[in-house]
Design a protein around this ligand. Structure first.
Ligand code: ZN
Length: 69
């Protein structure tokens, strides 16, 4: 049974000859790990940034302050 790399979908060698199993290479293995870590760190980061951005309302004032009409 042939396996395929979860990262790039390329055929993956046997575990006995492939240290990066089940990935095709070390690069894909690290890339997949980084993807997971990135997602974990992004969840709390977005929450904090969203809350802080919602407080500021200075931009709204600038928009309605135009008296060119
Ligand atoms: Zn790969």
């Amino acid at each position: 049974m042939r396996r395929h790399c979860p990262a790039c979908r390329q055929p993956v060698g046997e575990r006995t000859v492939n240290q990066s199993f089940p990935f095709c290479s070390e690069r894909c293995r690290l890339a997949d790990l980084g993807k997971w870590f990135d997602g974990q760190y992004r969840i709390p980061g977005e929450r904090a940034g969203d809350g802080a951005a919602g407080v500021g309302g200075a931009d709204d004032e600038d928009e309605g302050g135009g008296g060119t009409t």
